[in-house]
Ligand binder design. Structure first.
Ligand code: FES
Ligand code: FES
Length: 158
């Protein structure tokens, strides 16, 4: 049996101390060890973007990251996005209002990609939004409503 390693990770503001096998992916750690199933797993090789989380505030693919690499770091998942139980993050609210999702499988990854994008580029053009979305695959929407939702969020967040 592979020896487990002790790690300390902050996820959505809470510190967790766990022992994990070195081969455990961060996406599996979040879903299976912490029960945070909002982080979705699609392709498991870095293509679809469904597993995107924030790693020290930057978008990262959790299926391309080992849990041990997050030792000592701060992770935010989609569960940590809303300010409280009664309010959505403006990006989530905009996806609701602009019909930016259908099945929702891609949505957590898209939200976690767009949070840092809007921080860096608070007033994006449609082309810039489409470029920023190019790493996230959606099988349902045709993207126009997603683009509209991100634009709406940029206006709400001004
Ligand atoms: S599951 Fe990670 S990029 Fe597809
Ligand atoms: S809403 Fe279904 S994959 Fe995007």
């Amino acid at each position: 049996m592979t020896q487990k390693l002790a790690i300390t990770i902050t996820v959505n503001g809470m510190e967790y101390k766990k022992e994990v096998e070195p081969r455990m992916l961060l996406s599996d750690f979040l879903r299976h060890e912490l029960g945070l199933t909002g982080t979705h797993v699609g392709c498991e090789h870095g293509v679809c973007g469904a597993c995107t989380i924030l790693f020290d505030g930057e978008s990262a693919r959790s299926c391309l990251t080992f849990a041990v690499q997050a030792d000592g770091h701060s992770i935010t998942t989609v569960e940590g996005l809303a300010p409280d139980e009664d309010n959505l993050h403006p990006l989530q609210q905009s996806f609701w209002e602009a019909h930016g999702l259908q099945c929702g499988y891609c949505t957590p990854g898209i939200l976690m990609s767009m949070v840092p994008f809007l921080k860096q580029n608070p007033n994006p053009t449609e082309d810039e939004i489409r470029h920023a979305l190019s790493g996230n695959l959606c099988r349902c929407t045709g993207y126009q409503h997603i683009v509209d939702a991100v634009k709406l969020a940029s206006e709400k967040m001004k």
